[in-house]
Design a protein. Structure first.
Length: 281
């Protein structure tokens, strides 16, 4: 049995309701992934004050939309996908959903396990995770960390819920989540900026704007897919494209100088890490 099949079975055999609190882009992507993996719509309750047309359509298929908490009862898992600034007004009100084995899976940036324990009580089994936006196409990566109350069963359930949107890695030290947020949580924006600036550079070199945009988009996307499929390290792939004295070498001489891309990326990730710490309080 493959790992993906095992995760699908875990969702299909879920005991109790799965409650999704917040169904924006990330929450919505997770919901679509769960249903694609075999979770029955009737097993899902979604709490979302501003439901999208897609979510309303899912409600027609059996997903319970905005039920009263008293109607839900004890949940198997509660997935918290709201914005961090709204969390204090939301989390404590979810306490009626929690039983002895209920999992709280939070994908909020910045909000710590300690915050969630304060709002829910230290007896709650909590897993904090940071996914990223390629989750929308099932190609995200999430990093997760659990509290002392999250046992093997809750961690397995968290892994099943996260695997529906991509791969999952675990860490033991929650302090690493700030750097995780800076690298993979915010990372897609850095890649999109690369495509944006590469297109602008192509225009500056004389290419028509539409052609420059297409070349940049396809080059970034294709290179990312090659990196995904290849067993080779990024540095080796880079060297394989670089002929001594050629055009790529001329460009890399600029990008790899002391004040080049490595220095800029290191400073950017450090700034994002620090901001994540600030948001966590």
């Amino acid at each position: 049995m493959t790992a993906i099949h095992e995760q699908a079975c875990a969702l299909a055999g879920l005991r109790g309701r799965l409650v999704l609190v917040g169904a924006g882009k990330m929450g919505g992507a997770m919901l679509e992934g769960w249903l694609a993996r075999g979770l029955k719509p009737a097993a899902v309750c979604v709490i979302e004050p501003q439901p999208s047309s897609e979510l309303s359509a899912l409600a027609q298929r059996g997903v319970s939309l905005n039920p009263g908490l008293g109607e839900i009862g004890e949940a198997a898992a509660v997935v918290l996908a709201v914005k961090p600034q709204t969390a204090p007004a939301v989390v404590s009100g979810l306490a009626p959903l929690f039983g002895a084995t209920t999992l709280m899976l939070s994908i909020m940036a910045g909000r710590t396990i300690a915050f969630l324990e304060h709002e829910l009580g230290r007896a709650a089994a909590i897993v904090r995770a940071m996914p990223n936006t390629p989750a929308a196409i099932g190609r995200g990566i999430s990093v997760a960390v659990g509290n002392a109350r999250a046992g093997a069963a809750q961690r397995d359930l968290a892994a099943a819920l996260l695997t529906a949107i991509g791969s999952v890695e675990w860490v033991d030290d929650e302090k690493l989540m700030d750097a995780v947020t800076a690298v993979s949580g915010s990372g897609p924006a850095y890649v999109f900026l690369l495509a944006e600036t590469l297109a602008a550079a192509g225009i500056a070199a004389g290419l028509p704007a539409a052609l420059a945009a297409k070349l940049a988009r396809e080059t970034v996307a294709g290179s990312g897919e090659l990196l995904h499929r290849s067993p080779l390290e990024p540095a080796i792939l880079r060297r394989n494209v670089t002929s001594p004295g050629g055009t790529t070498a001329a460009a890399l001489e600029i990008l790899m100088r002391a004040d080049g891309l490595q220095a800029i990326m290191t400073a950017a990730v450090a700034a994002a890490t620090q901001r994540s710490r600030e948001l966590a309080g």
